[in-house]
Design a protein around this ligand. Sequence first.
Ligand code: HAM
Length: 426
Amino acid sequence: MSAKIQSLRGFNDILPEQTALWRRLFEAVQQVMDAYGYREIKLPLLESTDLFRRSVGEATDIVEKEMFSFVDREKASISLRPEGTAGCVRAGIENGLLHNQQQRLWYQGPMFRHERPQAGRYRQFHQIGLEAFGMLGPDVDVEILALCARLWKRLGLNDFRLEINSLGTPETRVRFRDALVEYLSARIDRLDEDSKRRLYTNPLRVLDSKDESTREVLLHAPKLADCLDAESREHFAAVLAGLDALSIDYVINPNLVRGLDYYSRTTFEWTTDQLGAQGTVCGGGRYDGLVSLLGGGEVPAIGFAMGVERLILLMQQQAQLPDVGSPQVYFCWLGDAAFAQAAQLAEQLRDAGLRVQLNAGGGAFKAQMKRADRSGAGIALILGEQELAQGVVQVKSLRGGEPQTEVAWTELVSGLQARFAGPISA
Ligand code: HAM
């Protein structure tokens, strides 16, 4: 016997009972994006590997060890996208969306990173991302954070913490990096192995270290805030004032540097304590230099991405019951002669906007009623030979104890429409 084929590690099936929650999430996202004037863009899953090398950065974890990269039939190196910003900028430049204009864009879909899978961290995961181009801020920085806050509210998620920081300009960071490397090099024995390596490849990432000894060393390290240029300082103050004006709470986290190279000035993360180690649900920031780095001129930009699976986990934890999209009506029919009539009536009910599951695959009356019950429908309709002769159907309630009634075909649509009208359609 040949071996059983299984899914790849970190690649998940999302089953029907979960997709109902996904649908609720995406309905809320669509509504909130519309409310702020963001338009959806759909981007390829595969891009040239160079795109990510140049944008996300050669020395980042993502590019160094997490990309699914292949050599294709034309001998080009291509990669499954580990994130959406690089592709969005590429598409913006290529389609002339960014030159001398503003764009408010959002996207969603799978991303791929070869990480060690655990709860909340997968190799194929989904992001909802947003990118705003052509606005120097700080107004737009505040706008996209307000958009997040509105989405959390719409989803009924309320225990997020907004952590925010400013990375300043690239010059600020060079100044800060030099000061940091000098300080850490003098204390290199007390750093963890990862940080020792990063000290020479990507020293800002040392600030992210969770190692206790390294964290102690960092306590007295030079602070990025002290190296900020005057304009970045002003920008940051204006962002914070804008958040205050909208009563959006935040915590300034001077060590928040993020794991991708393209950021400048404002960076932020929305985190929660409800998801253990994978508590960052949304992360983003300004990346004013990326468009020009990829050959598209000086276009300021800011954006974020949120992890869909993490949001779904939170929604599940808060016992948000999915509306699993059950049928409202299960239609049982008995005998070939009844089928044509049942199928016609079912179509009429669907025309009227009802969700109807028509029995298929045969079965005795008892078996059909069992299916009706399992379907989650509120009522069952029954059409047998006798009903066919009389031009009626039996209407049987599956949830309450109401008595069974007989309804004429001509009355069926209006009767059921009235029954299922209103906000609760069960
Ligand atoms: P990121 O911080 O790498 O940023 O990812 C954003 C979010 O994606 C994370 O906060 C997390 O919720 C989710 N995520 C990341 N990796 C995984 C994983 N392996 N499994 C499950 N969820 C994951 C970016 O990707 C930037 N492109 C965000 C951005 C847009 N910055 C500016 N514009």
